[in-house]
Design a protein around this ligand. Structure first.
Ligand code: CA
Ligand code: CA
Ligand code: CA
Ligand code: CA
Length: 324
């Protein structure tokens, strides 16, 4: 199907709602939205794909079997969609009309579920970002289809907030995240695409703000996350190379797209790739770079200092499954 035509003919954001949100954005916010940091990791079990919601220090918050019996593969992301202070789990089913369900991190109950791309049979990526600044994390869905369509749905009411083509001209598996780079109280959308580790930043209205190629020469899936890991009040973007990259290659970009850090932390024989996140792993009040690696000997969350790149208090945790 033509996804772009579907979007153009589909439900559009309500203009009245857009105007009201613009007023909300005028308030001054000195600190980023207090979104709880957590990482959602996908693993396998005989009963189907499992998803673990994990604290930055590596302890599990909740383990889910999101779609019992479904063996088509899932993707997952964390974000406080219902704004209760606990991270929730956004789970997408592959090759199933862009089906996305949100599970309450506090109870495990389903908060919402919908086919975001009716008739679409390809793979998707999911993420979260607060595009409208209401502190309810909004749900991001991106398709590995021509132009890589990205859709955003409001966490509060499910209304479509934004829709655009992330990579006009080519398709790629994409990873989605968000952070407020211009400090207007609304997150920008970060799209990580497979080709050269392309990192594209879009404003909430779908206009492109910047493009960086974080992993030149690497052709494969990537994982993106964002947050202030250097303590200067400005978010950084963390880009993790997927399977095939040497030693879990991870790059930290500063706000202008330049490289702050390159991490290749694990044994030289490891080529399994990494899922990246941000969060305060050691409790010092500053966010750290989090890596989850797809190798049963390297399980759990690996935290790294965002300034020095030093490995912090890593403790292997074999209860946390990881699949890329
Ligand atoms: Ca929540
Ligand atoms: Ca929101
Ligand atoms: Ca912003
Ligand atoms: Ca920073």
């Amino acid at each position: 199907m033509n996804l772009w035509r579907w979007w153009k003919n589909g439900t559009r954001p309500n203009p009245a709602r857009t105007a009201r949100l613009r007023l909300e954005a005028m308030e001054t916010r000195e600190v980023p939205a207090a979104m709880p940091d957590a990482v959602a990791l996908v693993g396998n079990s005989p009963a189907g794909s499992v998803v673990s919601l994990v604290n930055p220090n590596g302890t599990a918050i909740r383990n889910l079997l999101p779609f019992p019996g479904f063996t088509g593969g899932v993707v997952a992301a964390a974000g406080d969609v219902n704004h209760d202070g606990t991270a929730d789990v956004i789970v997408g089913a592959q090759r199933a009309s862009g089906f996305v369900a949100v599970f309450d991190g506090a109870t495990g109950n389903v908060l919402s579920a919908r086919a975001t791309l009716p008739g679409y049979t390809g793979t998707i990526g999911v993420g979260s970002a607060d595009l409208d600044g209401d502190h309810f994390a909004d749900v991001l869905v991106g398709a590995n289809a021509p132009g890589a369509p990205v859709l955003a749905f409001g966490g509060r009411d499910g209304a479509m907030l934004s829709g655009f083509l992330a990579t006009p001209g080519f398709s790629a598996p994409i990873s989605l995240s968000g952070a407020d780079f211009d400090r207007d109280g609304r997150d920008e959308i970060i799209v990580g695409a497979g080709l050269g580790g392309a990192v594209l930043v879009y404003r909430p209205d779908g206009s492109r703000a910047s493009t960086t190629f974080a992993l030149p020469g690497f052709v494969g899936p990537v994982s993106v996350a964002a947050g202030d890991v250097t303590g200067d009040g400005v978010p950084e973007i963390i880009v993790g190379a997927g399977a095939g990259a040497p030693a879990g290659l991870t790059v930290e970009l500063n706000a202008s797209g330049g490289t702050n850090l390159v991490l290749t932390p694990v044994s030289s024989g490891y080529r399994g790739g990494a899922v990246v996140g941000v969060g305060d792993a050691d409790g010092d009040g500053r966010r750290d770079i989090l890596l989850a690696l797809a190798n049963e000997q390297l399980t759990g969350i690996w935290p790294f200092d965002g300034t020095s790149g030093e490995l912090l208090n890593y403790t292997p945790d074999t209860s946390v499954p990881v699949e890329l």
